[in-house]
Design a protein around this ligand. Structure first.
Ligand SMILES: Cc1cc2nc3c(=O)[nH]c(=O)nc-3n(C[C@H](O)[C@H](O)[C@H](O)COP(=O)(O)O)c2cc1C
Length: 183
């Protein structure tokens, strides 16, 4: 059994990216489970808070899920041609203390995908994640590409993926990532 931690970088009700993650979980091949984690309760990173109170409960839970997972699936929106702050903030917290990076991130397979209403489907924010993943020593799966452009016509009002061709592409993407994890 392969377990993948899935994280969406949007807190929006009806989020395209959260919907893409739900669809990925449903389309995962047999023997592969995508556990959907949430960054909703992660506070803003503050080194003084860390020193005074340690790692927040929500971050500890995400770190435990990441540590036990065989891979990480990051579903990223794009803000101002880059990574949305709330998502980067969550990963930054998860990388604390730095002495835990080796046990949680290093060598862990990771795949990035995303959806946006524009024509480029988060290509710039996906690229923006690459130096972060490299810094954390993760094993990025670069063979697959999943850019969902024109998301307004691909999802319903609740953020559920409705486009069949995109669902099929997503099915192949998740299968490819699962194969990469097993290789
Ligand atoms: C501050 C801000 C900046 C944005 N910048 C971009 C951008 O650079 N490229 C893009 O494709 N969409 C951009 N958008 C639109 C988002 O792609 C859109 O809000 C999308 O629905 C966010 O993902 P979600 O549906 O998962 O919440 C931006 C939205 C916000 C709020």
């Amino acid at each position: 059994m392969t377990t993948i931690l899935g994280l969406s970088g949007s807190l929006r009700r009806g989020s395209f990216n959260a919907g893409l993650l739900r669809a990925a979980a449903e389309l995962a091949p047999s023997g592969v489970t995508i556990d959907i984690g949430s960054i909703r309760d992660v506070p803003l990173y503050n080194a003084d808070e860390e020193e005074a109170h340690g790692i927040p409960t929500a971050v500890q839970a995400l770190k435990a899920s990441l540590r036990s997972a065989d891979g990480l699936l990051m579903v990223t929106p794009e803000y101002n041609n880059g990574i949305p702050g709330v998502f980067k903030n969550a990963i930054d917290w998860m990388s604390r203390p730095a002495t835990d990076i080796a046990s949680h991130f290093s060598g862990k397979p990771v795949a990035i995908l995303g959806a946006s209403p524009g024509g480029f489907g988060t290509v710039l924010s996906q690229n923006d994640w690459l130096p972060v993943l490299r810094t954390l020593g993760m094993r990025h799966w670069s063979a697959g590409r999943m850019l969902v452009a024109r998301a307004g016509s691909m999802f319903d009002g609740d953020g559920n993926l409705t486009d069949e061709a995109t669902s099929e592409r997503l099915r192949g993407f998740i299968a490819g990532f699962a194969e990469f994890i097993g290789s």
